[in-house]
Design a binder for this molecule. Structure first.
Ligand SMILES: Cc1ncc(COP(=O)(O)O)c(C=O)c1O
Length: 465
């Protein structure tokens, strides 16, 4: 029996009206959808999504860098159903359950070197914070309690909860919350197109990697716990590091006894054609942070894969990692992750990415010839086009022009043309592509054709403004 004073719940209004009145969007301009209909996605099938009006779009962003194997996979839904019926929930607090144990084993087998132990969370930001806490507690345990600081890169996004936000380097989303946690230091990123250090001088000396060393020395090496970096940084636009960058960073970390954390929330599970992004660039971190693609988004899950060396002190003297989450390593999510990894293996999804890289290169090279595109970047199934108003001088658009171009012109035009992707101006304006790893060569060509048409129209519209 419901409470007599409250009306019975139900669908009392039109869905747009309900959204306008009750839904709070994430990073969403709420005023826009007070005036205009909110796009509502109702169904996904393969590499496509369908909105409320039956409009079909190629999911060029895998939802949010997440749906590696495409939509509507029955076997992932069935894995969830079966696990819910067997054991829907139990925590990992002094207990175990089969899906988490088997998944931890599976991830340890996939991860390089001695990254053998997994701490599960529910998503990426929590995993980033867990890695930082783990580094701090590890150093306390081995008698170096001053090592608490964390180094990350300008404009890198590592999550929004206050610990992860301290590590995030995007000023516009950090500033309202300052002061954030102390000891979260920022260094140069690997933006070679706008490198203010060495690349534009004609030869790259890896000054961006050396910036990490300079900061460690300046802070005092015995105060720095870890460096957290993405294999390819998303914000700023698929910033692929120059050759040798990761080897230099690894050397620097080793020289000063600092831990190296690879934030692979986007770059793992095939996005760069390997299980983990670090394999692509041939380095071995001390921890790998993952989320998103581990379940292809069919259930929420994240975590940290930790080396045996870091785990060792936690296996002694009744020591406890002072950290936990009710839903970390949820049994249903772990069962889905296992089914997702099985599916990726069986269908050789990583092989599909690697086989189609050359096609994606060609597609993007064509886009890169347009006058509005300053540079195309990225690798695997993770690409961007950076937009400029003067290609020769690499001049970017003003904030007002960006707003007009990205939100007023490109996003609606791409949507109408049947391509879902992301126009992002948290740093310089880019259009980001991160399609399902099951996309075919023809679907990649469709992405290219659509971008060429929509960008050309936008450029003409800009010129005649
Ligand atoms: C590299 C990286 N780290 C961390 C996060 C935060 O993950 P979540 O949104 O699951 O908290 C993201 C999210 O996009 C990310 O891209």
């Amino acid at each position: 029996m419901g409470c007599p004073l409250i009306e019975q719940p139900g669908q009392t209004s039109d869905i747009q009206d309900a959204a306008r009145r009750h839904l709070w969007g994430h990073f969403t301009k709420m005023d826009t959808f007070q005036r205009e209909p909110l796009p509502i996605i109702v169904r996904g099938e393969g590499n496509y999504i369908y909105d409320q009006n039956g409009h079909r779009l190629l999911d060029g962003l895998s939802g949010l860098f997440t749906v590696q194997v495409g939509h509507g996979r029955r076997e992932l839904a069935e894995a969830a159903t079966q696990q819910s019926a067997t054991l829907a929930y139990f925590p990992l607090w002094s207990f175990g359950h089969e899906p988490a144990i088997r998944l931890a084993e599976r991830l340890a087998n996939l991860a390089p070197a001695d990254l053998n132990r997994v701490f599960f969370t529910t998503g990426g930001g929590e995993a980033v914070e867990s890695a930082w806490k783990l580094a701090v507690q590890y150093f306390a345990a081995i008698g170096q309690p001053m090592r608490r600081k964390v180094i990350s890169r300008h404009y890198a996004y590592h999550g929004t909860t206050l610990g992860a936000l301290s590590i995030t380097g995007v000023p516009s989303i950090k500033n309202p919350w300052e002061p954030l946690l102390p000891g979260a230091i920022k260094v140069a990123n690997t933006n070679q197109y706008r490198c203010g250090m060495c690349a534009r001088a004609g030869s790259c000396t890896l000054a961006c990697a050396d910036d990490i060393e300079a900061r460690i020395v300046m802070e005092g090496p015995d105060t720095v716990a870890c460096v957290i970096l993405e294999p390819v940084q998303n914000t700023g636009g698929a910033l692929v590091p120059p050759p040798g960058y990761w080897q230099r960073v690894r050397e620097i970390c080793d020289r000063y006894g600092v831990l190296l954390v690879s934030d692979e929330v986007i770059c793992a599970f095939g996005r760069l054609g390997h299980w983990f992004g670090c394999e692509r660039f041939d380095y071995v971190p001390d921890m790998i942070v993952f989320a998103k693609g581990v379940t292809s988004g069919y259930a929420p899950l994240g975590g940290v894969i930790v080396s045996d060396r870091l785990a060792a002190p936690f296996l002694e003297d009744g020591r406890v990692f002072l950290h936990g989450l009710t839903f970390g390593g949820h049994p249903v999510s772990c069962a889905v992750a296992l089914a997702n990894i099985d599916l990726m293996d069986r269908e050789d999804v990583l092989g599909n990415v690697r086989r189609n890289e050359a096609v994606f290169d060609e597609v993007m090279a064509r886009v890169g010839e347009l006058p509005i595109v300053g540079e195309v970047r990225g690798c695997g199934y993770f690409r961007v086009a950076e937009l400029v108003k003067d290609k020769a001088n690499r001049t970017t658009f003003t904030d007002e022009e960006c707003d007009w171009l990205l939100r007023g012109v490109l996003s609606p035009a791409l949507y109408k043309a049947g391509l879902f992707c992301r126009a992002d101006d948290r740093a310089d304006p880019v259009v980001v592509l991160s399609p399902p790893l099951t996309c075919t060569a023809d679907e990649l060509r469709f992405i290219g054709d659509t971008l060429v048409t929509v960008f050309t129209d936008a450029w003409n519209a800009f010129a005649s403004r």
